[in-house]
Ligand binder design. Structure first.
Ligand SMILES: [Zn+2]
Length: 959
């Protein structure tokens, strides 16, 4: 039957709302506080956004059914610059943007007109996204909703920022930031096209003297100053002559532009072509030696200063360029200078001789300075020398220091002696601001920074990461990496919506700093929304008392004019729900939001309130490719819900990938899911609860398999392996069910409705967190009057898992399969089928071997010896072949089946097969099947097959 998705979904959503099923207050039950990164309302949600929220909702619904008091709240992040940029584009009449809003997202014209005001944009999409979330069936407690520009929230952020400053974790200083030169604002991931977080590389500029000028070269290896033998200049580049503070420099145009942002006074004095410098000499700082400038094509004007110092003993590029130049026709004076150049070896590394660069160039068979293999060669030399190298005696006071430690010491020495300066570059350039301008690195002076470089702070964060659960586990090293490189980070902006810095009202707290501890705010937002708490009079004392148990409640009541018992009720609410039990977010937020979330929690809250878990998911692809406006493959979530129903979309998102993989969404899988749900729905509509008595073998088996299903699904969800769990519920169980139906049909049974009803009730209950609406409808069809979403999660009970019924049914199935295979291979039409089971002696040995194997003994010789040593099994020496085959049989089975067998010894195969084989055998093969034990008297065994029988591997005779 075709399901009317919208109708069914509306029906159950309104019931949930009516019953206030997801409104959570503190009670005597154990709590779970599950949160997701709140959305940024500058566009409607598309299918890709649905993934993180759906995963979190399944998580919340699962724990609710497990009996926890689950809080799953939601809010909206208005702060930041993207909305601002969008308002400007609307005001400027940006045709592409307006077209997108109209066509793709069906925003009405009247609304678009109001979008010149940033808050209107946020308000519009806030409602749009919220409606979408409700339509998706998310089990959110909407009483706690807020936006980050609400007045009470601003008070909360002021408290957070003040608290960090009191702890000296917000500092004023000069630090680099990603910067949009057009907006004159720092940029972070939220502000860039493609959501790229700007990352910097710090180069040391070594200052070579060229007459009155300085020719700086950029390097990551300042120690190599002792091994420089020439400079490389690109003769094609037109370099700039500039004044940097009080010095005259020659650098590439691009470098000059970068320097403008690095806290230096720059003026432009003229130009010089690279070719004019070739053959001239410069003086090496400190060493005071003259070295020559030579031409090289690998030098690029975008990187560093557009000039490179040459260390041919340790840099493969330099070595190769020198080799190349020797082969060219140089004028005689220059040629003689080149011929005199000798590489200077300054690092001693095990496995390398005097010229590691040369060795690497030869090893990688590099042919010229434009050979891409040079990158690999360079990587190898740098890596080996950095971790294993030691400076040689020609490096003066640094002699004997390991390269890994020398870098910083030498850098300090160079800068102190004015031999060097610093150049910062974007590591991941080019990065574009959302406004379209290309971003740069800027050193901000006297600005406010979160001191994420602080060692003690980092250590606390590492402690928290070590204690918490991170799902999936493999993402943990990414967090460790991020904590490693994290440094000071600007926490204020000059433009955008948000909370003003309490001590400097010209600045606004930026959006990755005002969104890190807001989970705590959900415990008070309920009291804000019902009017109990208003922004007036809210002070540090109030938040200190609620969140940190500091201060005197009488004083807090005095200041805030809130009654004492209300204040204590709010505090209780926080203490009940905190800490966060699970934080969900997309993978792109690992290097920023999720790491800052932990850093800010450990800075502000006592250890008992540190977060317990982080769950990270990958993104969503559309038919295998990334969703983007330009690809035209963005499907707005609400449109998809209208067209296909919320549940099929939820399942299609979940079934296509485990957590960290990118989920591939496509319409075929949606309709596949729809069909699957329809047939399950039909099944549920047919089944009526019925008494289950006189269980037959197949009943005991399928009920045991259901128990196993419960245990597998539960374990998978606990690890957030939702694809696996859903697959178990919807698909893998089907083959068991169809075997069961086959068996019942062969026996012409009509009393299996009760069993099927029970099994499908269990399945529907387990489906409910995934497909909440249709599961309610199925549940109702199954005859339940309560809601499935508020029912209990099926409990796995070891007692109802009947191991012997599982192993006997497996024996029956494999016997039928074996017969079918023989018939297929021999193309016989059977007249008579005879089955021989192993005798009790073999059975005894089988279990004895099974025990030994399960205890870890698989050595045939030792097993044999042990069997012979025991009087009960000593006779085994007559059938050594049997022991070998049995060990092989056992090892070829999954551990789970071995365990089942071990649990259910004493199993009479002959008895079972003679009882159960006849009906199904007749149905499958059309003949009667006789069963003998190999030791039976009067056995029919014309071909002498019986002696080949082994436990669980009966011998078969087909005539
Ligand atoms: Zn910009």
């Amino acid at each position: 039957m075709e399901i009317k998705w919208t109708e069914i979904e509306n029906k159950w959503r309104s019931r949930w709302i009516e019953n206030k099923d997801f409104e959570t207050n503190p009670n005597e039950k154990q709590k779970k506080f599950i949160t997701v990164a709140y959305p940024y309302p500058n566009s409607p949600q598309h299918i890709g956004h649905g993934r993180t929220y759906t995963l979190a909702d399944v998580h919340a619904r699962f724990y609710r059914m497990k009996g926890y008091n689950v809080l799953f709240p939601m809010a909206f992040h208005y702060t930041g610059t993207p909305i601002l940029g969008m308002a400007k584009r609307v005001e400027a009449g940006d045709a592409e943007l307006i077209e997108n809003l109209k066509k793709l997202y069906s925003v009405p014209e009247e609304s678009i007109k109001t979008f010149v005001e940033p808050v209107r944009i946020a308000d519009y999409f806030h409602e749009e996204i919220k409606t979408g979330m409700i339509e998706m069936g998310y089990s959110i407690d909407w009483r706690r909703e807020f936006t980050t520009i609400d007045p009470v929230y601003s008070k909360f952020i002021e408290w957070q920022i003040n608290t960090l400053r009191e702890k000296s974790l917000i500092v004023q200083g000069n630090h680099p930031v990603g910067w949009c030169p057009k907006d004159q604002n720092p940029v972070s991931q939220h502000d860039t096209q493609g959501d790229v977080e700007p990352d910097f590389t710090e180069y040391i500029l070594i200052k070579f003297k060229y007459g009155d000028y300085i020719i700086p070269t950029a390097t990551l290896r300042p120690e190599t100053i002792f091994g420089v033998v020439n400079l490389w200049i690109n003769p094609e580049i037109v370099y700039k002559k500039i004044t940097v503070d009080n010095e005259k420099w020659i650098v590439s145009k691009e470098c000059a532009y970068k320097l403008e942002f690095l806290d230096k006074k720059i003026s432009y004095d003229g130009e010089i072509v690279g070719s004019e410098l070739i053959g001239e000499t410069v003086t090496v700082p400190h060493r005071k030696e003259s070295i020559v400038m030579l031409p090289a094509s690998f030098v690029e004007s975008e990187t560093g200063t557009g000039m490179v110092m040459s260390v041919p003993a340790h840099a493969p590029f330099d070595y190769q360029a020198l080799e190349d130049i020797k082969k060219t026709n140089l004028e005689s004076e220059l040629a003689s200078k080149v011929s005199k150049i000798v590489p200077i070896s300054i690092i001693e590394t095990e496995g390398y001789g005097d010229n590691p660069a040369k060795e690497a160039v030869e090893k990688f068979r590099v042919t010229s300075q434009n050979d891409p293999k040079l990158e690999e060669a360079t990587k190898e030399v740098y890596g080996k020398e950095f971790y294993g190298g030691k400076l040689k005696s020609n490096t003066e006071q640094f002699s004997g220091i390991k390269v890994a430690y020398a870098k910083d010491t030498i850098k300090e020495w160079l800068i102190e002696n004015k031999y060097a300066d610093i150049l910062l570059e974007l590591t991941n350039a080019p990065i574009k601001c959302r406004c379209g301008a290309e971003c740069v690195v800027k050193v901000l002076n006297n600005q406010w920074f979160l001191n994420y470089g602080d060692k003690e702070w980092k250590e606390l964060a590492i402690k928290c990461f070590d204690q918490m659960s991170i799902l999936p586990q493999e993402i943990k090293s990414e967090f460790q990496y991020v904590i490693g490189w994290l440094h000071e980070r600007a926490c204020a902006r000059q433009h955008g919506l948000g909370t003003k810095l309490p001590w400097d009202k010209d600045w606004i707290v930026e959006s990755l700093s005002d969104s890190v501890i807001y989970m705590a705010y959900y415990t008070i937002s309920k009291f804000v929304n019902n009017g109990t708490v208003i922004a007036d009079n809210l002070s540090k004392e109030f938040f200190d008392y609620i969140f940190l148990e500091k201060g005197d409640v009488n004083k807090v009541a005095d200041i805030t004019k809130i009654p004492i018992n209300t204040i204590n009720e709010i505090k209780k609410e926080f203490q009940y729900f905190y800490p966060v039990d699970s934080r969900h977010s997309g993978r792109d937020l690992v290097p920023n939001h999720l790491t800052f979330f932990v850093l800010n929690h450990v800075a502000i809250f006592p250890e008992k309130n540190w977060p317990k878990e982080i769950v990270v998911n990958g993104s969503v692809l559309m038919d295998g490719s990334k969703m983007s406006k330009s690809m035209g493959n963005i499907i707005p979530l609400r449109k998809a819900i209208q067209d296909y129903g919320a549940d099929p979309i939820r399942l299609a998102i979940i079934i296509s990938a485990e957590l960290l993989q990118d989920a591939d969404f496509n319409m075929e899988s949606v309709s596949g899911i729809q069909n699957k749900l329809e047939s399950l729905y039909d099944e549920c509509s047919r089944l009526k609860p019925d008494k289950i008595n006189n269980l037959e073998a197949e009943d005991r088996w399928i009920l045991s398999k259901t128990q196993r299903l419960v245990s597998e699904v539960t374990a998978a969800i606990e690890k957030m392996r939702l694809r696996e769990a859903l697959h178990h519920v919807l698909f893998s169980f089907e083959s068991d069910l169809s075997w069961y139906n086959k068996r019942a049909k062969a026996k012409n049974r009509e009393n299996i409705s009760g069993v099927l009803h029970q099994i499908n009730s269990t399945r529907v209950a387990m489906l409910s967190p995934f497909a909440p609406h249709i599961a309610e409808e199925m549940w109702e069809k199954l005859g339940y009057s309560e809601m499935v979403s508020t029912s209990s999660w099926p409990e796995f009970s070891k007692d109802s898992l009947d191991a012997s019924s599982i192993q006997s049914e497996e024996l029956l199935k494999s016997t039928i399969d074996d017969v079918a295979n023989i018939l297929k291979v021999t193309k016989m039409t059977p007249q008579k089928i005879t089955i021989y089971t192993a005798d009790s002696f073999k059975s005894k040995i089988y279990y004895s071997i099974l025990e030994k194997v399960m205890a870890g003994q698989t050595n045939m010789g030792i097993v044999m010896k042990e069997l012979i040593a025991s009087p009960e099994t000593a006779d085994v020496k007559k059938i050594p072949d049997f022991v070998q085959k049995t060990i092989k049989d056992i090892l070829s089975e999954p551990t789970e089946i071995r365990e089942t067998k071990l649990q259910s010894k004493e199993f009479d195969e002959k008895n079972f097969l003679s009882r159960e084989l006849s009906d199904i055998g007749k149905k499958e093969f059309g003949v009667k099947i006789d069963v003998f034990s190999e030791s039976d008297e009067g056995i029919y065994d014309p071909k002498g097959k019986a002696r080949h029988a082994r436990p669980f591997k009966p011998a078969i005779l087909i005539e």
